[in-house]
Design a protein. Structure first.
Lengths: 321, 331, 325
C-alpha cells in the first residue's frame, strides 16, 4: 500500500501529541502552587473535610504516584468530577460537545468558502484593485477580536436572528417537523458560526492567494495554455487543484484558533456547547471541568490534524513517505 | 574591506547589506512598501498615545464622572463605561496594558523560540530532531485552550499573563528561525569563519544572528498581533489582571455589565476597534517584512491581460535579400 | 508554387520594463518551414530563440508586444492577437518545452493530461481518447499501461518522451521543440533525437528545433537559422552553415564546438552579448567580431543572398562596402 509508513508515522505522531497534552494537563493542574482544595470556596469547611477531599482527589500521594493514577483513570475515560455539580466530567461535557461540533463545522465551511473565493479571485486579478481591495477587507476582518465581532453581530441582528441558545425552548410544544427543528437549530447556529467564519477567512484567503500565485508560475500552466485551454479552465482544473495542498495544511494549523473562537463565540451567544461550559467553569473555578475541557479540545484538534494529514496524503500523489 | 558587501548568488538584494546593518533592511522595506509604512505609522501612533497617557487622558482612569453607561456627550465623546468612568480615558490608559502585554509576550516568545530555532538550525543532528519534535507537538496543541488552562490556575497577574502567552507562542518562531539558520549556515562567509577557527558562539552572534534578525523581527511583529488578541481572549474569560485596565478588559466589562441590553455601543465598539487597528498595523508591517525577506514571487503564466499587437518599426525589412555579385564570403 | 507550411515574416517582440523602458527581444526575424522539414534555430542563451517560438503560439506574457506576421498555410494567425492564435494551439502547432520535467501537472496522471487537449479540440473523446493516448505513448516508446501513472513516477527521459506524445495528441502540423535534449544524459539525448527525426519523416511533421547545442542541429536538421541578440545572422542548409559559413558569428559558433575526436582547437568567443534595452545601430556582433571593419558598428547589415537558399546579414558579403573600406 502506498505510503503505509507515512500513515504509521502520522499515527505515532498523533499519539505522542496526545501523550504530551495529557502530561501537560497533569503538570498544569497538579503542579500549581497550592492545590485544588485551597481554591475551593469553602470558608467554613472544617479541616477534616478538606483532608477527606484531599484523600479523595488523591492529593496526599506523591506527584509521581498521582501521575500514575491520573493516567490509569484517563485510560478508563474518567476525567474526575466537577466541583460544582459533583457529576462526572465526561457526562457534563458529552452533550455540549455535540452542540459545538456542528456550529464549528458550519463556521469552517463559511471560512473556507469565503477564503477560497477571495484568494482565487485575488490571485487571478493580481495587481488590480480587486486584488488589493479584497485582501484589504480580509485583513481587516482578520484583525477583529472574535468576541467583539460577535457582540457587533448581536447588536446588528438582535431583532432578526436569534442571538442566544441553541434552539427555541418552546418549540417542543408546537410538535415541529424534522425540517422545522433543523431550521430552528440552524438559525440559532448561524450567528456564532458566521462570527467564527468571518474572522477565520482572512488567513485562508491569504494562503489561497499565495498558493495560487505560486502555482500559476509553474511550467505546466504554460503547457496548459499552449494546449489551448481557456484561462478559467486552467485556473480551476490545474492551478487550484495544486493550491489546495497548502490550504489543507493551513486548515490544520488554524484549528487552535477555531477552538479559541468557539469558546469566545459560545460565551457571547450563550450557545450551550463545550465553549460555554469552559467559560462558566473558569469563572466558577471548577477546575476538573476546565481540565477535562482542555483535554477534550486538544484531543479533537489532534484528531482533526491527523485527518488533515491523511487528506493531504490523498491529495498529493508525490508523497510516498 | 569594501564598504558594501559583495552579493552572493541567490541572495535577495535587501539582505545583502543586512550583514552590516540589520535595522537598515527593515527601514528600507518600510520606505519602499506603502503597506509597511502605514503599519508602522499606526504602531508608532498607538505607542505614543500609550506613552503620553498621563498627559492626554481627559479624566482619571478610575474617576467616576457620571452614571453607568451614560451616552456620549460634549464632555465625554465616547460616553461612560459600566462603572461611570470616561471611555476615552479608559481607552487611552488601556493602550498601555494591551501594548505592554503584546510586546512583552512577543519578546518572550521571540527569545525562547529564537533560541530553540537557532540552536536547532545551527547544530543540527540529534539536538535538532529533539527540539523540532517537541516544537511539533506544541504546535498542534490549541494555543488559547492551553493558555486558558494555565491561566485558570496561575493567571490573574500581569507578569503571569505575559509569561503564559509568550510560552505558548514560541513554536512558530522556532520553526521559522530554524529554517533560516539552516540556510544561513551554509553560506560562504559562515563556512569561512568556521574554517578560520571561530568559536560557535562567535559565529552565531556575529554572523548568523544579524542575517536572521530581519526575519526574526518580522515574525515578532506578527506575534505581537497574536499576543494582543490572546490578551483580549484571556481578559474576556476573566483571566486578566483584575487591577489593570486593558482593551480586552474593557470589552469584558461591557459584556458582563450587559451593555448590549442598554444599547451602550460606545462601551463595546471603541476598545474592539482599537485592538483591531493595532493588530491590523502589526499584520501589515509584519507581512510586508516577511514577503520581502522570504520572496516567493514568480512570473505568472496566466493573466487576464494579453500580449499586445503593434505595427512594424520603421526599420528596413531585413528580408530584402540581394545576390552578392562575387561570392566574396564573410569567413 | 505552393506556399510554405509556416512563414514567419519580420517578427518583433518587445517586453515592457520598469519606468517606461522596453526590451527589444526579437528584432525582425523571418524564416520558412515546409511540410515535414526539420529546421533548427540556434544561438547562445538569451538570443531570443525561445521568445520567438513562444510568439508563434501567442504564449507571451502580458507585458509583451508583438509585430510582424506568422502565416500558417497562408493564414496570418497573429493578426488579431490572442483571439486568432488560440484556435490553432495544439491542433496545428504544438510545443515541447525546455525541461519537460515540469510540463506535467504533478497531481494528474500522464494519461489524463494527454487526453485533455483531445476533447478540447474535438479529436477524440472518452474511451477513444484514452486508447489514442495509449497508442501515442507506444509511438514514443512507453508502455501504454503507464498512462495511469503520475509524472513523478517517470524518469527524466521518459517524461520528455511523454511530453512529445502529449504534443502529438491532436495531430499537429508543426512541432516546436525548445531545447528538448538539454538536461538529459547523452544516451537519452540520442533516443529523443532519433524519435523526433522519425516522427518528422514518418508523419510529415514539421519540426522547429531550438537549441544552443550545434551537434544536435547538425544531426537532425536540414536547414537552420542562427540568431544573435534577437536578430537573424545567417540561415541556410545546415551543411552550408557548417562548411561554408558567410557570417563570422556562424563560423565562430561552429568552431566553438569541440570535435568529439579531439581534432581542431576549441575556440571560445570572448565577450558577452549586448543588452537589449536600447537600440543597437550597427551589427550587434561587431564588438566581438574578429573581422569587423568600418561600417559594422554604425550601419545595420541587411540579409543578403550568399548561396543556394542561404542568406547572411554581414557587411563582408557586400562587395561594394568591402571595396570602399
Amino acid at each position: 500500500m502506498r505510503g503505509a509508513d507515512y500513515v504509521i508515522k502520522r499515527t505515532v505522531f498523533a499519539l505522542m501529541t496526545v501523550f504530551v497534552a495529557v502530561t501537560l494537563n497533569f503538570i498544569i493542574f497538579r503542579a500549581a502552587p497550592g492545590d485544588a482544595t485551597t481554591a475551593l470556596r469553602c470558608r467554613n469547611c472544617p479541616i477534616e473535610f478538606k483532608e477527606a477531599l484531599r484523600k479523595e482527589l488523591g492529593l496526599d500521594k506523591t506527584k509521581v504516584q498521582q501521575y500514575g493514577i491520573y493516567l490509569k483513570e484517563l485510560a478508563h475515560g474518567d476525567l474526575g468530577r466537577s466541583f460544582a455539580s459533583r457529576q462526572p466530567v465526561t457526562d457534563e461535557l458529552a452533550a455540549p460537545i455535540k452542540n459545538t461540533i456542528p456550529m464549528v463545522l458550519l463556521g469552517e465551511v463559511i471560512a473556507v468558502f469565503l477564503g477560497i473565493l477571495t484568494g482565487v479571485v485575488a490571485a487571478w486579478r493580481r495587481g488590480t484593485l480587486l486584488d488589493s481591495g479584497s485582501l484589504g477587507v480580509a485583513l481587516v476582518f482578520y484583525s477583529l477580536p472574535t468576541q467583539w465581532l460577535g457582540l457587533m453581530l448581536v447588536i446588528l441582528f438582535a431583532g432578526t436572528l436569534p442571538i442566544s441558545g441553541i434552539g427555541d425552548p418552546f418549540i417542543a410544544f408546537t410538535d415541529p417537523t424534522w425540517w422545522e427543528t433543523l431550521k430552528d437549530r440552524l438559525t440559532h447556529m448561524i450567528l456564532p458560526s458566521a462570527t467564527l467564519g468571518i474572522v477565520l477567512y482572512g488567513s485562508y484567503a491569504l494562503i489561497v492567494r499565495s498558493a495560487m500565485l505560486e502555482t500559476l508560475g509553474e511550467d505546466y500552466i504554460l503547457t496548459a495554455r499552449a494546449k489551448g485551454l481557456r484561462n478559467w479552465t486552467i485556473v480551476w482544473r490545474h492551478a487550484f487543484r495544486n493550491a489546495l495542498l497548502p490550504v489543507t495544511t493551513l486548515m490544520a494549523i488554524s484549528l487552535g484558533y477555531v477552538v479559541a473562537g468557539a469558546i469566545l463565540v459560545e460565551a457571547v451567544f450563550s450557545y450551550p456547547g463545550i465553549g460555554l461550559e469552559t467559560y462558566d467553569a473558569v469563572f466558577a473555578k471548577d477546575y476538573p471541568i476546565v481540565q477535562g475541557s482542555f483535554l477534550l479540545l486538544t484531543l479533537s484538534v489532534v484528531l482533526a490534524n491527523y485527518i488533515a494529514d491523511l487528506l493531504y496524503f490523498k491529495l498529493d500523489p508525490r508523497i510516498t513517505t | 574591506m569594501t564598504t558594501t558587501a559583495p552579493q552572493l548568488a541567490g541572495e535577495p538584494a535587501e539582505l545583502r547589506d543586512s550583514r552590516r546593518r540589520p535595522l537598515g533592511v527593515i527601514w528600507s522595506v518600510i520606505r519602499s512598501q506603502p503597506q509597511a509604512a502605514v503599519g508602522t505609522a499606526i504602531l508608532v501612533l498607538v505607542v505614543l498615545v500609550a506613552f503620553l497617557a498621563p498627559v492626554i487622558a481627559p479624566y482619571g482612569e478610575r474617576e467616576v464622572v457620571g452614571q453607568p453607561f451614560q451616552s456620549p456627550s460634549g464632555s465625554h465623546w465616547l460616553g461612560l463605561d459600566d462603572g461611570g468612568v470616561d471611555m476615552v480615558t479608559l481607552l487611552i490608559w488601556g493602550a498601555r496594558v494591551s501594548l505592554i502585554v503584546g510586546f512583552a509576550a512577543a519578546l518572550v516568545a521571540m527569545l525562547i523560540g529564537g533560541a530553540f530555532g537557532i540552536l536547532a538550525g545551527y547544530f543540527g543532528g540529534k539536538l535538532d530532531i529533539l527540539l523540532m519534535r517537541l516544537t511539533d507537538y506544541f504546535l498542534v496543541i490549541p494555543d488559547i485552550a492551553l493558555m486558558i488552562a494555565i491561566g485558570a490556575i496561575w493567571g490573574r497577574s500581569l507578569r503571569n499573563i505575559i509569561l503564559i502567552i509568550g510560552i505558548v507562542y514560541w513554536p512558530t518562531t522556532a520553526r521559522l528561525l530554524r529554517a533560516q539558520v539552516k540556510s544561513v549556515r551554509e553560506r560562504v562567509y559562515v563556512k569561512r569563519a568556521r574554517s578560520l577557527g571561530a568559536s560557535n558562539s562567535r559565529i552565531i552572534f556575529r554572523h548568523v544572528l544579524p542575517q536572521v534578525a530581519p526575519l526574526l523581527v518580522a515574525n515578532t511583529v506578527l506575534t505581537v498581533a497574536i499576543a494582543i488578541f490572546a490578551e483580549t481572549a484571556l481578559a474576556f474569560l476573566g483571566l486578566g489582571d483584575p487591577s489593570l485596565i486593558s482593551w480586552g478588559k474593557l470589552i469584558e466589562n461591557a459584556f458582563e455589565g450587559n451593555a448590549i441590553s442598554v444599547d451602550a455601543w460606545w462601551a463595546i465598539v471603541p476598545p474592539g476597534v482599537a485592538v483591531a487597528v493595532v493588530i491590523l498595523g502589526c499584520t501589515m508591517l509584519g507581512q510586508a517584512l516577511e514577503n520581502t525577506l522570504n520572496p516567493r514571487l514568480r512570473v505568472g503564466h496566466l493573466s487576464v491581460r494579453r500580449f499586445r499587437l503593434r505595427s512594424l518599426p520603421d526599420t528596413i525589412d531585413p528580408r530584402a535579400a540581394q545576390a552578392a555579385p562575387t561570392a566574396r564570403s564573410g569567413r | 508554387m505552393s506556399q510554405p507550411l509556416l512563414r514567419v515574416e519580420n517578427l518583433h517582440v518587445w517586453f515592457d520594463l520598469k519606468r517606461g523602458a522596453e526590451l527589444h527581444a526579437v528584432k525582425g526575424i523571418s524564416f520558412d518551414l515546409e511540410r515535414g522539414e526539420k529546421f533548427g534555430l540556434v544561438g547562445e542563451s538569451g538570443c531570443g530563440k525561445t521568445t520567438s517560438i513562444l510568439a508563434l503560439m501567442g504564449l507571451l506574457p502580458s507585458n509583451a508586444s508583438v509585430a510582424g506576421s506568422v502565416l500558417l498555410d497562408g493564414e496570418d494567425i497573429l493578426f488579431k492577437g490572442e483571439e486568432s492564435v488560440s484556435p490553432h494551439r495544439w491542433k496545428d502547432v504544438a510545443m515541447i518545452f525546455q525541461g519537460a520535467m515540469n510540463a506535467f501537472n504533478p497531481v494528474k496522471t500522464v494519461g489524463d493530461q494527454i487526453v485533455e487537449p483531445m476533447k478540447l479540440h474535438g479529436v477524440a473523446e472518452g474511451k477513444q481518447a484514452r486508447d489514442r493516448a495509449g497508442e501515442l505513448l507506444e509511438t514514443v516508446g512507453i508502455a501504454a499501461a503507464r498512462a495511469d501513472r503520475y509524472p513523478h513516477e517517470f524518469s527524466g527521459g521518459m517524461r520528455q518522451r511523454a511530453a512529445i506524445a502529449m504534443a502529438l495528441a491532436c495531430n499537429p502540423k508543426v512541432l516546436l521543440a525548445d531545447e528538448p535534449t538539454t538536461a538529459l544524459d547523452v544516451m537519452v539525448q540520442a533516443q529523443i533525437l532519433e524519435l523526433l527525426t522519425g516522427l518528422a519523416n514518418d508523419f510529415g511533421l514539421a519540426l522547429v528545433l531550438v537549441t544552443h547545442d550545434l551537434p544536435v542541429v547538425a544531426q537532425v536538421c536540414g536547414r537552420a537559422a542562427v540568431m544573435y541578440a534577437g536578430e537573424l545572422m545567417e540561415s541556410g542548409p545546415t551543411d552550408a552553415l557548417y562548411h561554408d559559413p558567410h557570417h563570422p558569428y556562424t563560423r565562430l559558433l561552429f568552431a566553438a564546438t569541440p570535435d568529439l575526436l579531439g581534432e581542431g582547437e576549441v575556440v571560445s568567443i570572448p565577450g558577452a552579448p549586448p543588452r537589449l534595452d536600447h537600440e543597437i545601430p550597427g551589427c550587434p556582433f561587431a564588438p566581438r567580431c574578429d573581422r569587423t571593419f568600418s561600417p559594422c558598428p554604425t550601419v545595420k547589415p541587411r540579409l543578403l543572398k550568399v548561396g543556394d537558399g542561404q542568406e547572411a546579414a554581414c557587411h563582408l558579403n557586400d562587395p561594394a562596402l568591402v571595396q570602399a573600406s
